[in-house]
Design a protein. Structure first.
Length: 580
């Protein structure tokens, strides 16, 4: 499989970051004045010890104090403003990429056959935004001023400068070691925590099955194993990172005390004034503060770097979709021409050279044994999986020519496993559209024969449901899913095992919805195992081993492919036809 060009993802991320270049320059300008005003403390101490105490002038002390207070007030305002500017740069970066990352993540997840490989890239985006808004980034703006402060110490006395440079160099070395030695443990910690979180979410989502099958202890043991691994990795990474943080903090405090001790020695030797001794100690603390802050919050930096790498890979793997010309509402004419589909991540095609046509007002049943390619065909028909060969056309236009959301409005889809979203029944039927009209929601529910069922619920259409279904039965969830598929008046309806959870009333409601779609000139495709699902079908497509075995009128196909055709045809004949 061809590896994506990661440089494209890098360029896209950098292009978005460049949009906030003016904000970064503004923060840099503020940093200049903030760091210049940081000299207020050392200069004030220098003046107090060397001028005020010597002259014993209270007026001079008051003037210096007022000036010092004003300068610190200005520094605080500028520092606060710098933080606000960087926070807005991070917010702009995230808001600009929210839609792009969300779309790419959904597209990649929709074509993935392994849900365990799924990854929430929105968290990666949030980690980068958090770095941009954190004090660590302000420390990066302050670090270039460290040599200036060290030079100021050296001006007081060369020995003080040597001590400051040597100590600062050791702290920088510790920071580099921290970065190189903790990156892998932190990455392993995050991976282990993610595995444990996935397992807990899976157990929570399947709690009913876990309890009913007596799997609770086994599930707990499985989760606990992952949790222990995560805790072990977390403790190891914390120990290593904490060791570097403690070393940095302890050495910085020692270095400041050593600076005072050396300064006191130089004062005793008559080579330094007491004010310069105090000022040098304050300057050293200011020079090393950005390094100390970066080491203390290095996990934020590492998480952001990991998030940047993940976003780079995502954007390179899933390029931005080009804009498409808006097409008129299509007719319900579907053409499948020599379509071959290879599931994502696999090498072998599960659907090979399949061709058939569906005319407006027709219902086509797709039958075949398990693994014949029925669900693969369904995913290809709704545009989730793109064919490796051949074309699928709706009213003459290839599916790729439609915007995904526009195509989804034209095609209703009921997958094998219906998943609801946290919210109300109405919101689920409306496909989460905030501007959906109530009458359209009710119309879709009536078409699915779910209206009466919904009215019997505690709060009707406003009944809250969860992604796990909650109090709803499998049949109720499936009928709500059918109403969602019918919402928006689609021209084509694709149903994958639609009656797997339906009782007799639900199956009759499904057949009624199919008849109504046909009467309105719409088309329906039904992937089915049970005969009741294809009762309203005009044609049948028989798949076997991913290839078309037969296609044509329902009874003719059954006569040529099914041994007990007469018995099956009797079961498929609608009641009104039997009576006549």
């Amino acid at each position: 499989m061809k590896q994506p060009d990661l440089s494209t993802g890098q360029r896209e991320l950098r292009a978005v970051r460049r949009k906030s270049r003016s904000l970064f320059w503004l923060a840099a300008i503020f940093s200049v004045f903030v760091n210049l005003l940081m000299l207020t403390g050392p200069i004030f101490m220098l003046q107090v010890y060397d001028r005020v105490l010597g002259s014993r002038s209270e007026e001079t002390l008051l003037a210096l104090f007022v000036l010092m207070a004003f300068l610190f007030l200005v520094m605080g305002i500028l520092d606060f403003t710098r933080g606000r500017v960087l926070a807005r740069a991070g917010a702009r970066f995230q808001s600009t990429l929210d839609r792009r990352v969300f779309s790419a993540m959904v597209r990649r997840a929709s074509v993935s056959t392994n849900r365990e490989d799924g990854q929430n890239n929105l968290r990666d985006l949030e980690s980068v935004q958090r770095l941009m808004s954190s004090p660590v980034l302000t420390a990066l703006f302050d670090i270039p001023w460290t040599p200036v402060f060290l030079l100021g110490i050296a001006i007081f006395h060369p020995w003080l400068g040597l001590l400051a440079v040597g100590g600062g160099g050791l702290l920088v070395l510790v920071a580099v070691l921290n970065q190189s030695m903790t990156s892998d443990p932190v990455r392993r910690t995050n991976a282990a925590a993610l595995r444990a979180e996935r397992m807990s979410e899976q157990i929570r989502g399947e709690a009913e099955m876990v309890r009913s099958l007596g799997m609770q202890e086994n599930a707990f043991a499985r989760w606990q194993q992952l949790r222990r691994e995560s805790l072990a990795q977390t403790v190891a990474a914390s120990d290593m990172g904490g060791g570097f943080t403690a070393t940095t903090k302890t050495f910085r405090l020692f270095l400041q005390s050593a600076m005072l001790g050396l300064g006191a020695f130089l004062v005793l030797e008559g080579e330094l004034t007491p004010g310069a001794m105090i000022a040098a100690s304050i300057l050293l603390g200011r020079a090393l503060a950005p390094v100390d802050l970066a080491v203390g919050q290095w996990q934020v930096v590492q998480r952001a770097l990991e998030g940047w790498r993940n976003l780079t890979q995502l954007l390179a793997t899933v390029p931005q979709e080009p804009p498409r010309t808006a097409l008129p509402r299509p007719r319900a004419r579907l053409t499948v021409n020599q379509v071959t589909v290879i599931p994502p991540g696999e090498q072998q095609a599960t659907l090979r050279m399949v061709s058939f046509d569906v005319e407006p007002g027709e219902a086509v049943g797709v039958i075949g044994p398990s693994g014949a390619g029925k669900s693969t065909l369904a995913r290809a028909l709704v545009g989730v999986w793109r064919p490796a060969g051949g074309k699928i056309r709706l009213d003459g236009a290839a599916l790729e020519q439609y915007e995904p959301d526009i195509l989804g409005a034209h095609i209703g889809y009921l997958p094998q496993r219906v998943q609801l979203f946290d919210g109300t029944i109405a919101q689920n039927i409306a496909r989460l559209r905030p501007d959906a009209r109530d009458e359209d929601i009710v119309t879709a529910a009536r078409k699915a024969a779910a209206h009466e069922m919904i009215l019997k619920m505690p709060e009707g259409y406003d009944t809250k449901v969860s992604s796990a279904g909650g109090r709803l039965s499998g049949g109720q969830i499936q009928r709500i899913g059918l109403a969602r598929a019918l919402f928006g008046d689609p021209v084509l309806l694709v149903l994958d095992e639609p009656n797997s959870n339906l009782d007799n009333d639900g199956s009759e409601a499904l057949n009624l919805a199919i008849r109504q779609m046909k009467s309105e000139g719409k088309s329906v495709l039904i992937m089915a195992h049970r005969p009741a699902a294809i009762r309203e079908c005009d044609k049948l497509l028989v798949l076997e081993g991913g290839m078309r075995r037969a296609f044509g009128a329902r009874d003719e196909v059954l006569r040529g492919t099914v041994a007990n055709h007469n018995e099956l045809a009797g079961r498929l004949t609608p009641p009104q036809e039997t009576a006549t």
